[in-house]
Design a protein around this ligand. Sequence first.
Ligand code: HAM
Length: 425
Amino acid sequence: MYQSPRGTQDILPEDAAVWRYVEQRAAEQARRFGYGEIRTPTFEDVGLFLRGVGSGTDIVDKEIYRFQDKGGSELALRPEATASVMRAYLERGLASRPQPVKLYSLINLFRYDRPQAGRYREFRQFNVEAIGEEDPLSDAEVIAILWRFLEELGLRGLDVLLNSIGDKVCRPGFIQALVEYYRPRVDEICADCRRRLETNPLRLLDCKNARCQPIADGAPKTIDHLCADCAAHFDRLRGYLQAIKLPYTITPRLVRGLDYYTRTVFEVVPPIVGGQSTIGGGGRYDGLAEEIGGKPTPGVGFAAGLDRIIMNLREQGCPLPASEVPDAFFACLGDDAKHCAVMLADRLRREGMAAVVGMGDRSLKARFRQAEASGAPWTIILGENELREQAAQVKNGLTGEQARVPFPDLVLHVTGALPSEAPTT
Ligand code: HAM
């Protein structure tokens, strides 16, 4: 017996109804803000992620699914969407369209992560990008999409953590101050932090190790080192968020796990904060286009983990759609009855109803069990008598009502509407 690969999931029909609902809410929110859908390939040239996300990040160093295809190309399953969307923007000439180009996707991604609740090796994101605009209004807009999406799903107690990590003008000065702060404390920090101090000092602020917490808390803050342009950008962003009463918490230690961020970074966390709790995160990436070989192009966006959103919706008892059931179940005795049911079911389906015909040879008792298990409100019983009289026994499971309905009246009886064409039997 094969099993699904570790860290992957099978989404069964009852769960798929919930997934479809959440994805529809995401697409609807994107539509309200004027974002169009983009679908990019599941795999890309591995170099796109090495350059875009950055070697030195966990996503690239530890988690990327990398392979060589039969033609010798070095490829990777996408571990995130932003680099692909920027690649598509540059490659497809989207810079010549009105800016910003506003794009969203609902996609699966792959990271060789340690699987646990809310952390998978194949997972799904609602990804949103606004490319080609520096205006902090675009930062506010993507944060608003994420917030309204989660709010309308009914999630409560969420917090938007917000920070600005500066740009290529002010970041070097901040990094220097950070390194100067950490150097004398090098014996007090964990091994990972000692490595970060040499390779990626910004990530020192992100350490989860208990002994590093007081040191990280006392470290210099990015927002105290912003240049005038970055500070003004951040102030204007905050003004737009306040205008729509979107709550946020300035979080000076917030940095993100991908290298492309400049200025704005943000995350949305649920009330009980744990290791895998971040529901969504994003920020501005004004240097990404150049990093992957394009012209300088600003951009901002976020991705929300759909697996984690659904987990939180269930934990908080938010309203979710029930799994779909057919409208009518045909319980027939004998092959002639089944033949007739096939035609009658076809008629119902052409009227838009979901009709299921019981299969196999079964007793009437077993048929009723099948009907009940299907969850269909209508059970349509067909046996020898019904065929002779050209009328079915129709039972409404919701009201308990039972009626004898001539075949030509069946559609009308169960839909309450006139059929779109004249019956043929
Ligand atoms: P990220 O923070 O790596 O950002 O991922 C965004 C969200 O994806 C996370 O907050 C989490 O909900 C979900 N996620 C990440 N890894 C896993 C996993 N292994 N299992 C389940 N869910 C996971 C990005 O991906 C950036 N591309 C976001 C972005 C878009 N920034 C700008 N534009």
